[in-house]
Design a protein around this ligand. Structure first.
Ligand code: XMP
Ligand code: MG
Length: 179
């Protein structure tokens, strides 16, 4: 495990916090139906844990956007790789993301989906790096605010590796500074 500098958030801390956020979402949307949208692929593991804790009627859908190349810095470009199957007209849209960094991806995605006329639109993120923001974006639900370090695990990758780690870990900078 030489690629991991250290564990930042343990699986137990994640489990507890996901349940807390799910309770908050469930009470905020009481009596309403949610369309939870998973932003692939990073949010997939968080999404699966979160939606199973929700107490309100929930449908799920998936979208895939590309914002980064293979590395650790944003290219500033966002494009839809796989669009939703569902229409959004009149629905309570909850976008579920792994991490908000510069805000470029979600700022773009939120505007794009808002144009499809949902009744409400909110963002739930596992992680937030507020210091890195270059576009305005305030997630309504955030499990953890983290410092500006590149993290992996619990869905998050570096060059498609490490997504299946159970904890959120800090990647050893030597892994990407070498290349
Ligand atoms: P922006 O900058 O558009 O970025 O808010 C959001 C996307 O950037 C990726 N990202 C990371 N992925 N560890 C990762 O595995 C990180 O520390 C990290 N920071 C940003 C991520 O794909 C997210 O959807
Ligand atoms: Mg992502």
């Amino acid at each position: 495990m030489g690629d991991i500098a250290r564990v930042l958030i343990t699986r137990d801390e994640i489990k507890k916090r996901v349940a807390e956020i799910a309770d908050k979402i469930s009470s905020d949307y009481k009596g309403e139906e949610i369309l939870a949208v998973c932003v692939l692929r990073g949010a997939s593991i968080f999404f699966a844990d979160l939606v199973r804790e929700l107490k309100c009627k929930t449908k799920i859908d998936f979208i895939s956007v590309s914002s980064y190349g293979a590395g650790t810095t944003s290219s500033g470009e966002v494009k839809i790789v796989k669009d939703l199957n569902e229409t959004l007209d009149g629905k309570n849209l909850l976008i579920v993301e792994d991490i908000v960094d510069t805000g470029i991806t979600l700022n773009y995605l939120k505007n794009l989906l808002a144009a499809r006329n949902p009744k409400t639109i909110k963002i739930c993120t596992l992680l937030d790096k507020p210091d890195r923001r270059v576009r305005p974006l305030q997630p309504e639900y955030c499990c953890f605010s983290i410092p500006n370090e590149f993290v992996i695990g619990y869905g998050l990758d570096y060059k498609e590796e490490y997504r299946t780690l159970k904890d959120v870990c800090i990647l050893d900078p030597s892994v990407y500074s070498k290349k």
